[in-house]
Design a protein around this ligand. Sequence first.
Ligand SMILES: *[C@@H]1O[C@H](CO)[C@@H](O)[C@H](O)[C@H]1NC(C)=O
Ligand SMILES: *[C@@H]1O[C@H](CO)[C@@H](O)[C@H](O)[C@H]1NC(C)=O
Length: 219
Amino acid sequence: MAPLTSLVATLALLSSTAFALPPLQRSAAPVLPVNEVGPGFPPPPPGASPVFIALGVGTQNYTCNATSLTFGSNVALADLYDVTRFINANTKNSITNLYLAASTTPIKNPLQLQHIGKHYFTKTVSGNSPNFDFTESGKGFLQAKKVASVTAPADAWAGLKGQAYGAVDWLYLVDNGAGVSRQLGSVYRVETAGGKPPASCKAGEQAFVPYAAEYWFYR
Ligand SMILES: *[C@@H]1O[C@H](CO)[C@@H](O)[C@H](O)[C@H]1NC(C)=O
Ligand SMILES: *[C@@H]1O[C@H](CO)[C@@H](O)[C@H](O)[C@H]1NC(C)=O
C-alpha cells in the first residue's frame, strides 16, 4: 500500500478514537516536556539537545511476585522508530497514543517511521538491565540504569481496552557504566501510553502489557 493510502486507511480505522493527529511538519529543536509532570524529574543540562528521539512500541513483561502477589519486576521488548522530525511542542502524547492504537490493527506504522533499533533487557551483574540497541542504524547502543521515575500525567492514556491499567512512569536512565554503551549517555522515557500491570496477580503468572513511549536520547 502506498504510504498516503495506508495513512488514510489507518486514520479511518482510528477515527472512532479521540486522539488528535500529530502535526506532520518538521519542528524547531524539540524541548523535553518536563513541565507536564510533577517534581523529581531532572531536566537535561541547559542547552542540551537530544541526539534523536525514538518512538518505542512494544510490551512490558511482568512476573508475579509470589510473596506480595503483585506484578513486581518487569522487562520490556519494543521496536524503536525514528520520530525526531515529528516531535514538537504540540505533539504531546498524540504519537504514542496513535501507535499504541495502531498496534492492534494491520497497519503498525501509520507514519511510515524508520525502524532504527530494539529495546530489550539482558541479565547483568546488577540484575535485568535495559538495552537500547541501535546497531542496525548506526545510532549507537545504551545499556542503562534507572535514576529517576515519576508518575505519568493524569491525561496519559491508560492503555488498550481490556489492558487499561495505566500509563507507565516517565523515567530518566543513564549509562550503567558496564562499558558496553556507545555514542549515547542517557535517555528520558516520556509521553507514555499504557504498559502498567494489573494491581494483583497469582503466583507464577506473567502479564504482557502493550505500551508506547517516546525515548529522548542524549550523549
Ligand atoms: C518475560 O520475562 C521473564 C522474566 O524476566 C522471562 O523469563 C521471560 O522469558 C520473558 N518472556 C518474554 C516473552 O519476553
Ligand atoms: C517480593 O515481594 C516481597 C514482599 O513485598 C519482597 O520482599 C521481595 O523482595 C519481592 N521479590 C522480588 C523478586 O521482587
